[in-house]
Write a protein that binds this ligand. Structure first.
Ligand code: SF4
Length: 384
């Protein structure tokens, strides 16, 4: 079956999207990050920010439409009666490029969701962004959900009427990297935004009717600022009351400015157990109505999830369960998690996995039952 011969070339893709947008169609409306200074972020370092023209973006959307039409045509010719899912599934096995792969995945998942890349789409003039969203939905009418990344500072500067205009055009959700609500930490990390701006931007989005997801980095405060990071971030989130709070754990790579701070001793990293104590304090201080989501592989306990406030005790009980384990069991879980063998605490009861992790600890610890923190961090960063 010729899946792709009758359809034209590809379209431009940016480097990242949130984990929850794995099945979304990716439409790149800007290139890179207009701020690009955060110490803990390497994604766009060395790349220049650019707005893309309306013509370029619309052409990409038309290319997606042409690929979709080609898939439909193939479906009719191959006896699938115009249904795109089976053809999309086959296309996933051998896509000619990443654009086709993204369209195939999006169609396979039902073709309902689109994510606008890159780091801060709100920086586009409101009328132009609204036009892009309207054009996207008119050209690909199966799309009923459009989301994007944004910076708090930009969301705070937009007038409420502008955000309402975007919501009416079809913008369903904004994903904002809050990272922390503690000003000295935001300043140290060069986030370029204050807690007050996070709150103003977040509240603006919530009031406009656009769904809001705020991201928090566990461990970002290191050993020196972990308490304030936990309590002040919770305080800011309580004021915003976003629909979602998503947590991920700090990882450090040599392409991040934070790497040099770590090597020089200016930044002292927290251990997994310390970060869990930080997460406990953070959750204890949350008094909002958000969905707390731990959908990132870097998080030690991904089972800490739930709707606030009703699931708070259940979430804290998962942390208590880990903290009340004997030290060797805690080490076993941490190592098992960091090498990708464990998903949740129940996996400790799997004797085959447990023994395999014991052997790894024996090997890494050169006969000792404990492993140093640096090795644990390397395991995590090597695994993701
Ligand atoms: S604003 Fe976001 S994308 Fe830009 S440097 Fe900071 S973390 Fe990275």
């Amino acid at each position: 079956m010729a899946l792709t011969k009758q359809v034209p070339g590809s379209f431009e893709l940016g480097p990242i999207r949130p984990p929850s947008e794995a099945y979304s169609l990716l439409i790149r409306v800007t290139r890179n990050c207009p701020w690009n200074r955060c110490k803990f972020c390497h994604t766009y370092k060395g790349e220049k920010f650019q707005l893309r023209s309306l013509e370029e973006i619309k052409q990409d959307i038309l290319t997606v439409k042409a690929i979709q039409d080609g898939v439909k045509e193939t479906s009719w010719k191959s006896g699938y009666g115009g249904s795109v899912q089976e053809v999309a599934r086959l296309m996933l096995n051998n896509p000619p490029n990443q654009g086709y792969y993204n369209v195939a995945l999006w169609l396979y998942a039902g073709g309902e969701s689109a994510f606008l890349q890159d780091a801060n789409s709100l920086i586009i003039k409101t009328n132009e962004l609204a036009e892009v969203i309207r054009f996207l939905k008119q050209t690909l009418p199966s799309i009923n959900r459009v989301t994007s990344y944004a910076r708090s500072k930009t969301a705070a500067k937009k007038r409420l009427e502008e955000l309402i205009e975007l919501h009416e055009a079809g913008l369903s959700r904004l994903h904002i990297g809050m990272e922390s609500g503690y000003d000295p930490l935001l300043q140290y990390m060069e986030k370029g935004v204050t807690a007050a701006e996070h709150i103003a931007g977040g509240k603006n989005v919530v009031t406009s009717g656009i769904s809001l997801c705020e991201y928090v980095v566990l461990g970002l405060g290191g050993r020196n600022m972990w308490r304030e990071h936990a309590t002040q971030t919770a305080k800011a989130l309580n004021e915003i009351d976003p629909d979602f709070i998503r947590v991920r754990t700090l990882t450090i790579h040599d392409k991040m400015p934070l790497y040099n701070e770590l090597k020089s001793g200016n930044f002292i990293r927290s251990t997994d157990e310390e970060i869990l104590a930080e997460e406990k304090l953070f959750i204890e201080h949350l008094e909002c109505h958000s969905n707390y989501v731990s959908d990132h592989i870097t998080n030690l306990l991904q089972e800490i999830e739930g709707k606030l406030p009703q699931d708070k005790e259940k979430m804290l009980a998962s942390i208590d369960r880990f903290q009340s384990l004997p030290p060797l069991e805690r080490t076993n879980f941490i190592v098992g998690r960091r090498v990708g063998m464990y998903v949740n605490l129940d996996d400790l009861a799997n004797s085959r996995k447990h023994q395999a992790v014991e052997q790894i600890i024996h090997k890494l610890g050169q006969g000792n039952s404990q492993i140093d923190d640096e090795t644990i961090h390397s395991l995590m960063e090597g695994f993701i």
